[in-house]
Every structure is written in C-alpha cells, then in structure tokens.
Design a binder for this molecule. Structure first.
Ligand SMILES: *[C@@H]1O[C@H](CO)[C@@H](O)[C@H](O)[C@H]1NC(C)=O
Length: 173
C-alpha cells in the first residue's frame, strides 16, 4: 500500500522538474488527509466584487458642500453606493478608484471628492457644457464614506443630467 503511494507521488511529481519536492509534499498531504478520512473540502477563494456605475438623470443646481446624488444605478456590486443619499460606504478595507465626469451647467462648476468630509480631489468645468472630471485612488477602511459635492457657493453652479454626468468607483484587487 505505502509503496504504491510513493510510486504515485513520484510519478505525479516527475513532470514538475525542480518543483518535485514541493509537489510531492502537497500530494503527500492530500493523500494523508484522504487516507485518514480528514479529507478537506477545498473551496475556491471567493472575491466579492465591489464596483458601481451611476449617472445623474436630471439637471441640478448645487449649494456649497451639497452632495451630488447620482440617481440612476447601472451597477452596484457589493452594495456600497446609495442612490438616495449619493454616499458610497466602503464595505471592506482596501484601495479604491473613483472617477467623476460632469458637464457644467449654468456656469463654471467646481466639484470635490470627499472622504469622510475631507477633500481628496477636485475638478472644474469652466463654462456651461464644459466637461470636468475628478479622479482619485485612495485607501479606505470599512465604513469610510466617499461623496461628490460642490466646492464654493458662486450661486450658479450645477451639472447637466440626462447621463451627461457620471460617477464610477471600484475596489482594486
Ligand atoms: C449647452 O448645450 C445645450 C444643448 O444641450 C444648448 O441648448 C446650450 O445653448 C449650450 N450652451 C452653451 C453655452 O453652449
């Protein structure tokens, strides 16, 4: 019985050249657990995607630090984005990437990307129908909040809806 096992181990290991010892060891461990009845069910590591893609359906004027809510959700895997509040809450620790693209409406528009109410990036659209963007890669802890908001109150700031303005984010793996 044992000699057959060794034969199997050696034969299975042959094609692996230099990694023979490592493969042997792995195979031996598997056989061991098989023989002892402690066979472990090996499950693939489940990596849950965290990614969202949202746009704004209607034009909106913004007051200082008002959160820009993107109400049309195309994708929200992991459930981090809330389309009612406009807040993204990190479901797990990690490094995340965010990108906002917007069309200024009414005049020049200044937007911020905020992490727990602290600015991490800003963007600007000069005139009506100008495109601005805000992009950032940031380390988040579970529960940290990311949102898009207006910077200053010049009174004429806003963005175009109808899909002209979008917010995307995902966790890097
Ligand atoms: C911006 O685009 C709209 C059409 O979507 C147009 O009616 C408006 O005149 C444009 N504004 C400027 C300043 O070009």
């Amino acid at each position: 019985m044992m000699s057959h096992l060794w034969m199997l181990i050696i034969l299975c290991s042959l094609p692996y050249g230099l990694s023979v010892r490592k493969n042997c060891h792995t195979l031996w461990k598997q056989l061991e657990s098989c023989i002892s009845g402690k066979d472990i069910e090996i499950q693939p590591i489940q990596r849950r995607s965290i990614v969202f893609s949202v746009t704004r359906t209607t034009d909106i004027g913004l007051s200082p630090l008002q959160t820009l809510v993107f109400d049309k959700v195309y994708l929200n895997e992991g459930g981090g984005y809330n389309a009612h509040t406009g807040l993204f809450t990190a479901p797990v620790n990690g490094i995340y990437y965010f990108a906002v693209s917007f069309l200024a409406n009414g005049g020049s528009t200044h937007l911020l990307l905020l992490k727990n109410n602290h600015e991490i990036a800003r963007g600007y659209g000069k005139d009506q129908n100008d495109t601005g963007s805000v992009v950032s890669t940031v380390h988040l802890k579970k529960g940290d909040i990311i949102r898009v908001a207006e910077i200053t109150g010049e009174g004429r700031e806003g963005i175009r809806g109808d899909g002209w303005s979008s917010f995307n984010g995902f966790k890097l793996n």
